[in-house]
Design a protein around this ligand. Structure first.
Ligand SMILES: [Zn+2]
Length: 174
């Protein structure tokens, strides 16, 4: 058994459910990277601060923000103030602070754009919709039922995967 990639919460049995998060308007990149790790991260830059707090509270989401004024809002108690302005470090901050356990086998299971879980998609149907090179070289596709995007192992996904593996491997000590 490989060692766990992130530290377990103090009381491991207290709350095994993965956290639900809400990234504020400044943290769009962080939202995408956390989604790639299969975390449920809402993000809507059209909302102003009071609206964001309302939705986060209503949906039971922890607010991720770098804005100290936002976390002073009375209702925004459930928040994590992100310190770094560098996305790799921000990912580490979130994993460490929330003691999230990431399964490296479950990367890219969620739409990076709209946060919806992806579903397997038949290759013969996907091949009608993708560039010819992709159709020739890829056999595994996933589909977002919410926004209709198709995902496959493109080079940018592989780069992202390697960087995520580095982030996970370098630990989450703060
Ligand atoms: Zn989508």
């Amino acid at each position: 058994m490989p060692p766990p990639l992130t530290r377990a919460p103090e009381a491991a049995s207290a709350d095994p459910a993965p956290p639900r998060l809400f990234a504020d308007a400044m943290l769009g990149a962080l939202a995408r990277w956390l989604r790639a790790l299969d975390l449920d991260v809402a993000y809507d830059p059209a909302l102003d601060d009071p609206e964001l707090v309302e939705v986060a509270v209503a949906e039971g989401r922890t607010i991720l923000t770098r804005d100290r004024r936002l976390v002073l809002r009375r209702k925004a108690r459930n928040h994590l103030l992100i310190r770094s302005d560098e996305v790799d470090e921000q990912v580490r901050e979130v994993l460490a602070a929330l003691a999230v356990r990431i399964d490296p086998a479950r990367l890219f299971r969620r739409c990076l754009v709209c946060n919806h879980p992806l579903e397997p998609f038949p290759a013969e149907l996907a091949r009608e919709r993708v560039p010819p090179f992709v159709a020739r070289t890829q056999s595994e596709f996933r589909h977002c039922p919410a926004c209709d995007r198709l995902y496959w192992r493109a080079t940018h996904v592989e780069r992202m995967r390697r960087r995520l593996e580095e982030i996970l491997a370098t630990g989450t000590e703060l």
